[in-house]
Write a protein that binds this ligand. Structure first.
Ligand code: ADP
Ligand code: MG
Length: 188
């Protein structure tokens, strides 16, 4: 089955004085187990593409199916199976990393014990030690990036979208983030 299928997608942003074309006639077909990277300079339309695939933005024209279904008609059903790591910071400061991830797992319908177990497993693969019990407000940029990735994976999604996952991190943190992705690759 096609996991993500996009036919002739175009996206225009109507601004006050101009129309910005963020995507023009994009066609994509991704199957189970495939990892696809979208490359392009700043402003190329990468984040827009991800938001369209998530159903957070509407396309100007074209068709999108995720896991064989149209997003507009099966929003909750599909979102349950999707993970998203946004480009910009989206995590609360006044919780510890562990508390936040357990909360996110439970929001997605996991039990307390299931979410707790998964949280420690993911943070272990991200090579986070005692800092997982510190407040997120005290985290470095790399630690925040790890938590941002972890929250997108906590509920065991079938499809994951990562927007600039290694932006602003050092080589060691990049290895830690990749280590988790390689582990998940075996899980699928
Ligand atoms: P990338 O992620 O590749 O850097 P974006 O998808 O963020 O690119 O942006 C693609 C184009 O769409 C850019 O020209 C950007 O200015 C424009 N754009 C992005 N978001 C909006 C928005 N909410 N309103 C208007 N224009 C936008
Ligand atoms: Mg972007």
């Amino acid at each position: 089955m096609s996991f993500l299928k996009i036919n002739n997608l175009s996206v225009d942003y109507e601004m006050r004085r101009e129309t910005v074309y963020a995507a023009k006639n994009v066609n994509v077909d991704v199957n189970r187990g495939e990892i696809v990277a979208i490359l392009g300079p700043n402003g190329a339309g990468k984040s827009t593409f991800v938001k369209i695939a998530l159903g957070l933005l509407s396309a100007t024209s074209g068709e999108i199916t995720v896991l064989g279904k149209t997003l507009t008609k099966n929003t909750v059903d599909i979102r349950r199976k999707i993970g998203y790591m946004p480009e910009h910071d989206c995590i609360p400061n006044e919780m510890t990393g562990v508390e936040f991830l357990i909360e996110m797992g439970m929001v997605s319908g996991m039990s307390l014990s299931g979410a707790t177990e998964r949280t420690h497993e993911i943070l272990g693969h991200l090579r986070m030690g005692e800092e997982k019990y510190r407040l997120i407000s005290e985290y470095s940029g790399g630690m925040r990036q790890k938590i941002k990735l972890a929250q997108g994976l906590i509920h065991g999604p079938e499809v994951i979208f990562l927007d600039e996952p290694t932006s602003g991190v050092d080589v060691k943190t990049r290895d830690d983030l990749m280590h988790l992705l390689h582990f998940l690759d075996h899980e699928f």
